[in-house]
Design a binder for this molecule. Structure first.
Ligand SMILES: Cc1cc2nc3c(=O)[nH]c(=O)nc-3n(C[C@H](O)[C@H](O)[C@H](O)COP(=O)(O)OP(=O)(O)OC[C@H]3O[C@@H](n4cnc5c(N)ncnc54)[C@H](O)[C@@H]3O)c2cc1C
Length: 512
């Protein structure tokens, strides 16, 4: 069997590593220009004084996977990782990017190769697969987001549905949801920040989720260095709010604003005596940064044996298993490779459910605090004020010509009794005295008319409009047309088409 793996992050490489160990041929395709690793990669050979991790910062083990723990031990014994504060950090020269490089040793990697989402992967009539024009017996999608969604959209397999992605800060109940995180790497004169620790997690900051002094963390900083280099990572909410296409970020107002906001938040949190003025900096948006939910099934991957296509990644997990981490990605890729080596004809992980979880990056900003009350009045006082105003307005309307009022205004007038009753119920002692005060010149309340109704008033309004129209027509001399006739009984003018009077129903005179 020959397997094509699309994605050279930790999950794809973990699968490739196991395939290699058990003699299954595989090829990894990865877009990375400088190297493999995806979200677990570092910047080296830049103008910064040493290697910097611009996405993943630490490796942590939950202790649930022997395979992952054994792999970590391998990394430590070969100097790829270094224990630090219960976690592991990358090497001095290569940062955390040393980890995927180590995983890729011996693996056939097609570097800087983007498998086109529209037609880059398809199933041939003979049942084999074509990936980037190479032939494979099976394919594994080892990346997520819009690219994986489009790549699998035309493939007839249950895995296509699992690859559908949503973006934002709120996990969808039915599809994988990813947030966006800004990463700002910057170099400032030594001592710009009074904080002298290595790393800091921000539990309740709107802008920042995490920051680490890269030189101290990776071990390349020396006493007496003139500068210090930091990586600051934003919250998902901040990333989503300020999202901008990464390829077009350079030199834009968004880049400037995001950089300044992150620097000022960091300066405030880590004790900068003056606004931070970086000597060098680089801002990057991880558009598909971290999953906010995981597809939880009985295995941390999905494999469609009928079509020989699988998916791996940090968003596929088991109940209580790791998610959104290097450990999750490793366990997913490793488990799929083991399954393919043992039982390739059995589908697995296609049925599951989406479960949301919290990370420091997925924290959402607290709901805005309720605005302070602008008025100290109770509800009853507010209602009484409204009713007094209504009563005053009714008085003004009553003094106007009733026929000139609109139906709404008349309805208001006829509702006066209801207003007075409501005021009484609210505890106003002398309602009548209040009415006289608010309606000067009106000695008695509006008499309650039994005949009055809004419908009747509407009818009057209609009649008024019709009469006005007739008058206008008369003025134009257009009322009588050829064939119109006058009723002999009541004198009403009728249209030519009528056979009896419109008003009194008398028959149309024969001579007409
Ligand atoms: C800002 C940030 C901070 C983080 N911090 C930590 C941390 O401290 N500790 C931790 O454990 N985890 C952390 N994580 C999470 C961790 O980095 C990821 O969970 C893990 O690296 C995911 O690996 P993956 O293989 O699933 O996906 P990815 O790393 O995304 O790998 C997918 C790969 O596929 C490639 N690819 C995509 N499309 C194509 C295509 N069409 N053709 C070819 N190749 C393609 C991509 O270039 C990429 O290399 C962090 C993540 C982010 C974004």
């Amino acid at each position: 069997m020959r397997v094509g793996i699309i994605g050279g992050g930790v999950s794809g490489l973990a699968a490739a590593r196991h395939f290699l160990q058990c003699g299954i041929a595989c090829v990894v395709f990865d877009t990375g220009k400088r190297g493999v690793g995806g979200r677990c990669s570092s910047r080296t050979n830049t103008n910064f004084p040493g290697a910097v991790d611009h996405a993943a910062q630490f490796v942590e083990s939950s202790g649930r996977s022997d395979a992952f723990d054994a792999f970590i031990q391998d990394c430590v014994s070969t100097g790829v990782l270094r224990p630090w504060d219960g976690k592991f950090v990358g090497s001095e020269n290569d940062g955390l990017g040393a980890l995927p490089d180590f995983m890729a040793e011996g693996v056939e990697v097609r570097q800087d190769r983007w498998v086109a989402p529209n037609g880059g992967v398809f199933k041939k009539p003979d049942g084999t697969w074509s990936a980037d024009k190479e032939q494979f017996d099976a394919v594994v999608i080892a990346h997520n987001g819009k690219c994986a969604e489009r790549l699998t959209s035309k493939i007839r397999s249950p895995v296509s549905k699992l690859c559908k992605a949503a973006f934002g800060t709120k996990p969808s109940p039915s599809r994988m949801t990813l947030n966006s995180v800004y990463s700002l790497v910057f170099e400032v004169p030594a001592g710009s920040l009074s904080y002298d620790g290595v790393a800091r997690v921000f539990e309740d900051d709107d802008v920042l989720a995490f920051a680490a002094n890269q030189g101290k963390k990776l071990g390349w900083a020396r006493d007496g260095d003139a500068t210090e280099t930091w990586t600051a990572l934003s919250t998902g909410a901040f990333g989503s709010k300020n999202k901008h296409p990464q390829e077009q970020l350079r030199g834009t107002d968004v880049e400037e604003r995001v950089r300044n906001e992150m620097l000022s938040a960091l300066g405030a949190a880590l004790g900068a005596s003056a606004p931070l003025a970086p000597l060098r900096w680089r801002l990057q948006l991880w558009g598909a940064a971290l999953p906010l939910n995981a597809h939880v099934a009985d295995v941390p991957f999905a494999w469609d044996a009928d079509n020989k296509i699988g998916i791996v990644g940090d968003w596929l997990s088991v109940e209580g298993g790791p998610v959104a981490s290097i450990e999750a990605a490793f366990c997913s890729g490793d488990a799929l490779a083991k399954h393919l080596a043992a039982a390739p004809s059995e589908s697995a992980g296609l049925e599951g459910s989406y479960q949301a979880f919290e990370t420091v990056f997925s924290r959402r900003p607290p709901a805005a605090a309720a605005p302070p009350p602008t008025s100290k009045r109770s509800d009853a006082e507010k209602q009484e004020k409204k009713l007094r105003k209504a009563l005053k307005r009714i008085g003004e309307l009553r003094l106007m010509d009733y026929m000139s009022l609109t139906t709404d205004q008349r309805v208001k007038i006829h509702g006066e009794h209801a207003v007075l009753e409501k005021l009484g119920r609210l505890g106003v002692k002398d309602v009548e005295a209040l009415r006289r005060k608010l309606q000067p010149g009106l000695e008695t309340p509006m008499p309650r008319s039994k005949k009055w109704s809004a419908e009747r008033d509407d009818q009057r309004e209609e009649d008024k409009k019709r009469r006005a129209w007739e008058e206008r027509q008369n003025a134009k001399g257009q009322t009588r047309r050829k064939g119109d006739w006058d009723c002999e009984e009541c004198g009403n003018m009728n249209f030519a088409k009528r056979t009896q009077c419109n008003k009194c129903s008398a028959p149309r005179p024969v001579a007409v």
